[in-house]
Ligand binder design. Structure first.
Ligand SMILES: O=P(O)(O)OC[C@H]1O[C@H](O[C@H]2O[C@H](CO)[C@@H](O)[C@H](O)[C@H]2O)[C@H](O)[C@@H](O)[C@@H]1O
Length: 246
């Protein structure tokens, strides 16, 4: 089944960012947003009467910067922050991260190439430049999280993140679906990473469609090969819309 067949005007579309809309890059700051993607997203937003949201591990401010001048609804930091369809900002309670920051920074200072990313309520330890240190990074972060209050460890692509225990992409999608312009629509969530599995489960439980980009185990019942394929399929869905309404 293609995205053109799935994406009807009564859908709400939820999109992950890294690895889904844009290719994975060697460094978090090195991602490239292809120019045509912005135009496609604007058109899809119009088609779905505003019911398009980005569901990302990145902060909302970063997503805004990458998608500028487009402004979309966004859940950032795995749902710890969320800007709804009316522009209202919802912030989950955060928990002290000092112990995790200390542990992650101490490890990074001993191992050049490790990168500590500090977000509101969350700390990410990236090991893409030092993949051989994966086990050490995961163990260090897990121990620091276990010794902290209210945090959970989440694995991503070459990254271990400590985030608020209550934050999840699935919850963020449910919160969007309780509000206009998302309420009453069939949810479609497209993502690429372990962190997106909660989102796939949520939309499928609600009668919607989960689509995994790329390879790897997933609960999602549909697949797309790559971010480039996603862009092509969105363009095809828009073209099919023109044909349908012509
Ligand atoms: O939920 P997402 O929108 O997919 O964000 C997940 C994380 O993305 C970023 O890290 C990942 O992408 C980087 C750029 O391609 C890559 O270098 C890194 O290895 C990946 O883990 C971002 O830096 C994180 O904050 C997000 O949580």
């Amino acid at each position: 089944m293609t995205l053109a067949e799935i994406l009807h005007p009564s859908c709400a579309l939820f999109l992950d960012f890294d690895g889904t809309m844009v290719d994975i890059a060697p460094h978090p700051d090195a991602v490239h947003v292809p120019e045509p993607l912005l135009a496609v997203l604007q058109e899809v937003k119009d088609y779905l009467q505003g019911a398009v949201a980005v569901i990302s591990g990145r902060p909302i401010a970063q997503i805004d910067e990458y998608l500028r001048p487009l402004v979309l609804s966004v859940a950032g930091v795995h749902g710890a922050e969320r800007r709804g369809g009316d522009g209202t900002l919802h912030l989950l309670d955060t928990h002290p991260l000092d112990h995790v920051v200390e542990a992650a920074c101490a490890l990074a200072s001993r191992h050049p190439g490790l990168l500590v990313e500090n977000k509101r309520g969350s700390i990410a330890l990236h090991y893409r430049q030092r993949p051989e240190l994966e086990a050490l990074c995961l163990a260090t972060m897990q121990q620091a999280v276990d010794e902290s209050r209210g945090l959970a460890l989440m694995r991503g692509k070459m990254v271990a993140e400590a985030k608020p225990g209550g934050a999840s992409k699935g919850h963020a999608i449910e919160d969007f679906l309780a509000e206009p312009p998302f309420a009453g629509r069939t949810p479609v969530f497209i993502g690429d990473d372990v962190t997106d599995e909660a989102g796939f489960s949520t939309v499928q439980r609600l009668g919607g469609v989960g689509i995994k980009v790329g390879e790897g185990e997933s609960v999602a019942r549909r697949r797309l090969a790559s971010p480039a394929t996603l862009r092509q399929e969105l363009e095809a869905a828009l073209a099919a819309r023109s044909t349908r309404t012509a």
